[in-house]
Design a protein around this ligand. Structure first.
Ligand code: 8IG
Length: 278
């Protein structure tokens, strides 16, 4: 176990990140009393209310009590992990503690929650985020499915000659399942930028030109790690703002938070229904 005042074992280059994840999974089993989880869900901005709607929370633990997890970077980003049981008896590990690449702690820290989720037994990884929309037809507050991604971080969670197939990374089976819950769901290609600055309008035009529809600062690296761990992946973006140059007014973090807050009840119930159907 580590806390915020001690060194993170993932910061030691000699550490095996999968062994650290296995230790974290042991911590979670001990602290929640739940030996194995079936599904993992990472809650991004705007998606926080979903946890209450998925089922009964049987345990809430502080992420800093789990090996390898650091303190949350953003004030108001909940640094908790929850164990929730659905009506059908599925165990869901709800991850409210995301480490972003722009925090500068390295990719191992970024994907540690995903590797930990896999080590708890989760076979399905649901990744959610708040992001910018590149398509004019989209509006703030709209949830969209992630159909594929373009990783513009120039980084990878894979180390060494680890060749992983990313065809159907964002499972068509799970996207189709989500559309049985809401047939109006649109989908798009997620471009992960390093951040933390938002894009310039020229960068957004580039994203559009290369086939991107959504711009964000998370998720792609996590999805790669989830696939490496053998999980099936479902990704949702909440469009909290139109990307720079698509919307004519400057982007503000406050506006992003506000759009998330307004959309939260609707998208959380959507997410809960999708998870109930998994
Ligand atoms: I919320 O417009 C949110 N996150 N890169 N661009 C990028 N990330 C984001 C944006 C955005 N909005």
């Amino acid at each position: 176990m580590s806390d915020s005042t001690t060194d993170n074992p993932l910061d030691d280059p000699a550490a095996d990140p999968f062994a650290v994840a296995a230790q974290a999974a042991d911590d979670i089993a001990r602290l929640t009393g739940v030996d194995r989880h079936d599904i993992a869900l990472t809650l991004g901005s705007g998606w926080g209310k979903a946890a209450e709607l998925i089922g009964e929370t049987t345990a809430t633990i502080d992420a800093t009590d789990v090996t390898g997890f650091g303190r949350p970077a953003l004030e108001g980003h909940v640094g908790t992990l929850r164990s929730v049981v659905t009506a059908r008896g599925k165990r869901v590990l709800v991850i409210g503690a995301r480490t972003h690449f722009y925090e500068g702690h390295g990719v191992r820290r970024v994907v540690h929650s995903v590797r930990t989720a896999a080590a708890t037994g989760a076979k399905t990884m649901v990744l959610t985020n708040g992001a910018g929309g590149v398509r004019h037809e989209w509006h703030p507050g709209q949830p969209v499915l992630i159909s594929d991604h373009i990783n513009l971080t120039a980084a990878s969670p894979l180390e060494g000659a680890t060749f992983i197939d990313l065809t159907d990374l964002y499972s068509l089976r799970l996207r189709d399942l989500a559309r049985t819950i809401d047939p109006t769901l649109e989908e798009g290609v997620y471009c992960q930028f390093r951040g933390p600055q938002y894009e310039t309008p020229a960068e957004v035009r580039m994203a559009k030109a290369i086939g991107g529809h959504i711009v964000g600062m998370s998720t792609a690296l996590e999805a790669i790690a989830a696939r490496q761990a053998g999980m099936e992946i479902l990704g949702f973006s909440l469009i909290t703002n139109l990307a720079a140059g698509i919307q004519t007014t400057p982007l503000s973090h406050q506006e992003v938070i506000e759009a998330g807050r307004q959309a939260e009840p609707v998208i959380s119930s959507l997410l809960a229904r999708v998870i109930g159907a998994l």
